[in-house]
Design a protein. Structure first.
Length: 169
């Protein structure tokens, strides 16, 4: 891929109000981290674009864009605009990218991760092997996330962060 073909070469500024959330983001950021994110935006400006679909549904950057919508200082610093890169991806590709980005950041929620994996397999027919490759997981990890009621048995709830250390016994 040539430099000019890379997504980062196509950053554009759009009105933050055009952006909308996706319905599958497995990442949760708590208020303390949101304050830190706000501080970082105000201190350093926008250093990373929000990834969006052609319809401006957020693939990555939901929390940054939320702060830009609700915080008057962050909104004012760029006249209500946020940097975005439009990604031309299918919904399964977007979901896999969201998981991959959140895994790399190290923060996503187990139950949501499981829901996305199940949807990819059951609704989109994405083979588990493809999911493993796309999100950097092993087959045992994906199989565990596919199990019904595994979270109740392991006392895992919506507050539990996902960990590769979980194993099937």
């Amino acid at each position: 891929m040539k430099i000019e073909e890379m997504p980062i070469s196509n950053v554009q500024w759009v009105d933050v109000e055009k952006l909308s959330a996706n319905d599958y983001n497995p990442n949760v950021v708590f208020s303390k981290e949101m304050e830190l994110l706000k501080f970082s935006l105000l201190r350093n400006g926008w250093i990373q674009p929000v990834l969006v679909t052609q319809d401006f549904v957020i693939i990555d950057g939901f929390h940054r864009s939320t702060i830009a919508k609700v915080d008057k200082d962050v909104k004012a610093m760029s006249d209500g605009k946020v940097p975005v890169v439009v990604m031309n991806l299918s919904e399964p590709e977007r979901m896999l990218l969201t998981i991959r980005i959140n895994r790399a950041k190290g923060s996503h929620i187990a139950l949501k991760m499981s829901d996305i994996i199940k949807k990819l397999v059951n609704e989109y027919g994405v083979p588990p092997e493809t999911i493993c490759k796309e999100i950097g997981a092993n087959r045992d990890e994906v199989d565990l996330l596919m199990l019904e009621n595994v979270f109740a048995a392991k006392k895992i709830n919506e507050e539990t962060k996902y960990s590769q250390a979980w194993g099937v016994r």
